[in-house]
Design a protein around this ligand. Sequence first.
Ligand code: NDP
Ligand code: 8X3
Length: 275
Amino acid sequence: LNYQFSTINYQLSTVNYQLSTINYMKTAFITGASSGIGEACARKFAENGYRLILNARNEQKLQAVADGLKKEFGTEVLTLLFDVREREVARKAIETLPNEWKAIDVLVNNAGLALGLEKEYVGDFADWDTMIDTNIKALLSITRFVVPMMVERGKGHIINIGSVAGDVAYPNGAVYCATKAAVKTLSDGLRMDLVDTPLRVTTIKPGLVETNFSVVRFHGDKERADNVYKGINPLTGKDIADCVWFAASAPEHVQVAEILVLATHQASGSLTYRK
Ligand code: NDP
Ligand code: 8X3
């Protein structure tokens, strides 16, 4: 009888293990998921069976992304509607996540923008503040709120969206370029500070990607924005999501530190060939 009980116990524990494997669903938290690269990343992670915490400010657009993924892939989505610059709102939203959503496996710090294209000595102060507050300070806040939970679990991957603009400045873009140089440096520093943990840090540095980026940069001037991509076959949000996924899906002992990805007719932030 004892032998039979221990066999049953063994079988039950095997079933339990299998159930917990089936139930374990990875979670990705993506900021700026209502458009462009963030939206494409949400789709990529959804396709690969993740559940998603999606953030942005535009409720209608974010909800449309969430509803689309729920319908197409059956993805569980939690939307967090806030401006990443509002530190205390971000803190509260993350601290009050339901427990089952706190186990974040991948954080994609993507929310960001460029505003204006002007010489540094005549640039607009409000544009500068918005870029610095969003691309640097907010990325840092979200990192500060999420990473301690990852360290506690001994599991996690932080993927920061930098830019080719962070490698070398281009004319009229100094402040945006400086914010993206900061993203690279913050990622490098974080990687060093996490070196004694299983966590990984990746910076993705895209070149020209056709999204809403230039419309935002030119304060809604769609014609001027379209000209940025004329005569060159630009990257798409999906191309960048593929790079993000390459890093996220690498074996656990592989830390993809950086990916610089350009359009084929682009050689740097300031050199492109246009037909
Ligand atoms: P989009 O304008 O298409 O998307 C930007 C996303 O960021 C939107 O979802 C927007 O949502 C969100 N966002 C902006 N500000 C805030 C904020 N304060 N709080 C919360 N969400 C915010 O541009 P991209 O997809 O191209 O840009 C994504 C990232 O990629 C940026 O960091 C950008 O610098 C970087 N990048 C872009 C390149 C390009 O050529 N397009 C190249 C290299 C890097 P909402 O407005 O709803 O808040
Ligand atoms: C966006 C790419 O070259 O338009 O970071 O600045 S670029």
